[in-house]
Design a protein around this ligand. Structure first.
Ligand SMILES: *[C@@H]1O[C@H](CO)[C@@H](O)[C@H](O)[C@H]1NC(C)=O
Ligand SMILES: *[C@@H]1O[C@H](CO)[C@@H](O)[C@H](O)[C@H]1NC(C)=O
Ligand SMILES: *[C@@H]1O[C@H](CO)[C@@H](O)[C@H](O)[C@H]1NC(C)=O
Length: 369
């Protein structure tokens, strides 16, 4: 009799969990969520939530993949020149390893959350080259073999498709991108190397510039494997399903894979039924675009629990961007994701008539279940 009362909560947790399981059945490699040392940099005072939070995060039926939201960024990994610290990055790398989850690693060269010493120094071009090479050699070297993918260069583009003026760009021009990918390929040859950015979810000057980065690297024989669409979306002005499919196809035409790397869909708080219904449709559209395109390998939420989201800290008055509310009730958007994951399977071959019946859908193999 004790047995049944004890077993119930465990059973309830695992029966509900399904996003990664369904994603695999739909032909994706993973459905995951980024995480951090809980409470470390997000809202404090939620220690009581950790147990429930961890149970969801560690359930591989729900999440088959994770990413450190912060711990592998330059600010934490090389806070002083030549001083490397992997304590924070290891928190999440260890979670992935213990759970048997795919690890996406994030991010090697980025202008933001950069250690102050890089930005405040006055460097020659040669010094900036050395700084990039040393950073990638040490950080990607330390995590070698553990990362399914690395976001090698993050947010190099402006909205009009021009390059962002960063400490890296100002010193080296677009050559810094080549150097970063070339170095990462040498240091960790098995990791998929990604260019990652926001507002890449519909065709635009920026999305075309991302395609040009891929082509520039390919023209020089430098390895690039993927484009990461961060997908920090806004419920009432998100890219449509059709636009997301179109932009993914434009990336896929260069031969690279594609992933949703930081998906969240924010709304103006307080939420109401209408806003949550719109959010559900946006989650369904993004998930649907990944399912309907051969090139899209997976989806990562930027955390999954609203109180641990970055959104309220950066966008005043906005929030509720993830799939679990503070009380651990699921958003209606959770069902939107499920609907898209159970609405069909990936096309078997790139370019084969999506939605035209023939050529659509893998045979479901037993091992997917
Ligand atoms: C490394 O980072 C951790 C976590 O941020 C910090 O507690 C620790 O003091 C750092 N180690 C060194 C040697 O600075
Ligand atoms: C979802 O995508 C469809 C098809 O492209 C579009 O008509 C609809 O407006 C999108 N919904 C939202 C909320 O963006
Ligand atoms: C669901 O499948 C239909 C038929 O293939 C497709 O037209 C529709 O866009 C899909 N919806 C989503 C959200 O992926």
């Amino acid at each position: 009799m004790h047995l049944s009362t004890l077993a119930l909560p465990l059973l309830a947790a695992s029966v509900d969990a399904q996003l990664h399981k369904l994603a695999k059945q739909a032909g994706l490699k993973y459905f995951g969520a980024a995480t951090d040392t809980p409470g470390f940099r997000e809202r404090a005072g939620l220690e009581a939530a950790y147990e429930q939070y961890n149970a969801i995060r560690d359930d591989t039926n729900e999440f088959g993949q994770t990413t450190p939201t912060n711990g592998q960024k330059w600010l934490f990994t090389e806070p002083e020149r030549g001083v490397f610290n992997f304590t924070e990055g290891d928190v999440v790398a260890d979670i992935a390893e213990n759970n048997g989850q795919i690890l996406r690693c994030h991010a090697l060269v980025w202008h933001s959350q950069l250690a102050p010493w890089v930005e405040q120094g006055t460097w020659t071009a040669e010094e900036v080259e050395q700084i990039i090479v040393d950073h990638i050699t040490n950080v990607a070297g330390y995590y070698k073999g553990k990362c399914y993918a690395w976001d090698v260069v993050n947010e190099a583009l402006e909205e009009d498709g021009s390059y962002r003026k960063s400490v890296f760009y100002n010193a080296l021009g677009e050559d810094y991108i080549k150097l970063a990918f070339k170095t990462a390929a040498e240091v960790d040859p098995t990791a998929k190397l990604y260019y990652n950015d926001y507002n890449l979810e519909s065709p635009s000057p920026k999305s075309r510039a991302a395609v040009n980065i891929v082509k520039m690297l390919q023209a020089e024989g430098i390895k690039i494997d993927g484009i990461g669409m961060q997908a920090h979306l806004v419920a009432d002005r998100a890219a449509t399903l059709d636009d997301q499919i179109a932009v993914i196809e434009s990336y896929a035409a260069t031969g690279v894979e594609v992933a949703y790397t930081e998906l969240d869909v924010r709304l103006f708080t307080p939420n109401d039924e209408e806003k949550l219904a719109l959010q559900k449709e946006v989650y369904r559209n993004s998930t649907g675009a990944c399912v309907q395109t051969e090139a899209c390998v997976g989806i990562t939420l930027w955390d999954f629990y609203d109180p641990f989201s970055w959104v309220p800290y950066v966008f005043e008055g906005e929030g509720d961007a993830l799939l679990w509310f503070e009380d651990f009730e699921k958003h209606p958007a959770y069902d939107g994701v499920v609907e898209a994951l159970t609405n069909g399977t990936k096309p078997c071959k790139p370019g084969k008539g999506r939605g035209k019946g023939k050529g659509k859908g893998h045979k479901r193999s037993n091992k997917l279940f």
